[in-house]
Write a protein that binds this ligand. Structure first.
Ligand SMILES: NC(=O)c1ccc[n+]([C@@H]2O[C@H](COP(=O)([O-])OP(=O)(O)OC[C@H]3O[C@@H](n4cnc5c(N)ncnc54)[C@H](O)[C@@H]3O)[C@@H](O)[C@H]2O)c1
Length: 326
């Protein structure tokens, strides 16, 4: 007897969609019904992997009466799918970043709130046990300093090295670390970023290779963020947090806590957070929203912060952010 409770549609059938589909295949109550992608080979490959049909449009996907839609398109391709899914009142999972700029995501966030649609966002670091360890270590000790880093290679997708494809590394990758900084140190009031204005060696590249930023938090804490895509490997993606008598470093594979009493390393399996973000979203589709740690409107705040960093670097000026609750 089938135990399927949730029929899911996919818009975008590339690398991250394939990862979500692999995770969803582990859940006995989930089936993928249909896949949309302008690249027919990608759509066919994911549909075959998932036992789904290839659909020609988001409307065709919605006509399958799916219970939820995953939008896993590149940064430049957001908008049309989300608008249609939200208009239909269907729960929506969106991969980060939410877009190339803040205008479209702000409109979509308003649509999410107005229609009270269940949403999930691919900020899976939030679901890591490493973050819980960090929170516990920092409990009762106000954060004084954060230091974030995303030191990596140019990802092997054609849209990434172009500003009009990815939005650049601050928006496309460092946003994970920026999101965690908000979680652990609160909202950011002002940023100032500088970039090298020297594109990496990749076809059509016009993104910066490296950037360095300072952040001033509303709490008074301060932070730094360093990014580069000049390496041939993923070197480090991490957030360090410092408070009275404690130093914490979070990465995808664990959390290191150091105090005057000693040093502890708490390893985690990076796949656990990637499973947890999908499970929490599907449970919310079923009516229990309590496990969703970051919904679309909250993700918008992290996206706005990443975009403020990118604007600061591009316009060579400090950028202030709205820190009041939305
Ligand atoms: N959270 C994470 O850990 C994580 C990991 C990888 C990628 N991502 C994010 O996921 C997004 C996609 O990354 P990817 O690695 O899968 O890229 P990809 O290039 O491998 O796949 C994107 C797919 O979307 C398709 N596409 C383009 N425009 C479309 C449209 N309008 N409608 C439907 N499909 C469309 C492309 O044809 C392609 O098959 C990016 O924003 C990336 O930042 C997140």
């Amino acid at each position: 007897m089938s135990t399927t409770r949730y029929r899911v549609g996919f818009v975008g059938a590339g690398g991250v969609a394939t990862r979500h589909a692999t995770v969803l295949a582990e859940f006995p109550d989930v089936a993928i019904a249909g896949v949309v992608d302008p690249n027919p080979e990608a759509a066919r490959a994911l549909a075959d992997q998932a036992g789904a049909t290839v659909e020609q449009s988001v409307d065709d996907l919605l006509a399958l009466e799916v219970d939820a839609v995953y939008v896993c398109v590149p940064p430049f391709a957001h908008g049309q799918a989300e608008t249609a899914v939200l208009a239909a009142g269907v729960p929506l999972f969106v991969e980060k970043p939410l877009g190339l700029d803040t205008e479209l995501p702000a409109k979509l966030a308003a649509q999410v709130v107005a229609a009270d649609v269940v949403t999930g966002v691919g900020f899976h670091w939030r679901y890591s046990a490493a973050v819980e360890r960090a929170r516990a270590a920092l409990a009762g000790r106000p954060v004084s300093l954060v230091a974030g880093a995303w030191l990596d290679k140019v990802p092997p997708v054609g849209w990434w090295p172009r500003r009009d494809g990815s939005g650049g590394q601050l928006v496309e990758q460092a946003v994970h670390v920026v999101d965690l900084a908000r979680v652990l140190a609160g909202e950011v009031a002002e940023v100032y970023a500088v970039a090298d204005a020297s594109p990496p060696d990749a076809p059509g590249a016009d993104v910066d290779s490296s950037a360095a930023a300072t952040l001033r938090f509303a709490s008074g804490a301060v932070g730094t963020l360093s990014t580069t895509c000049r390496l041939g490997w993923k070197h480090r993606a991490a957030l360090e947090v410092y408070a009275d008598g404690v130093a914490v470093a979070i990465s995808e594979d664990g959390c290191e806590v150091r105090t005057a009493d000693g040093h502890q390393w708490h390893p985690v399996d990076p796949m656990d957070a990637k499973r947890a973000v999908d499970r929490a979203f599907l449970d919310a589709v079923g009516g229990d929203r309590s496990g969703v740690l970051v919904d679309y409107p909250d993700a918008l705040r992290s996206h706005q912060l990443a975009c403020a960093l990118a604007t600061s670097a591009a316009e060579r000026r400090p950028v202030e952010l709205e820190t009041a609750d939305v």
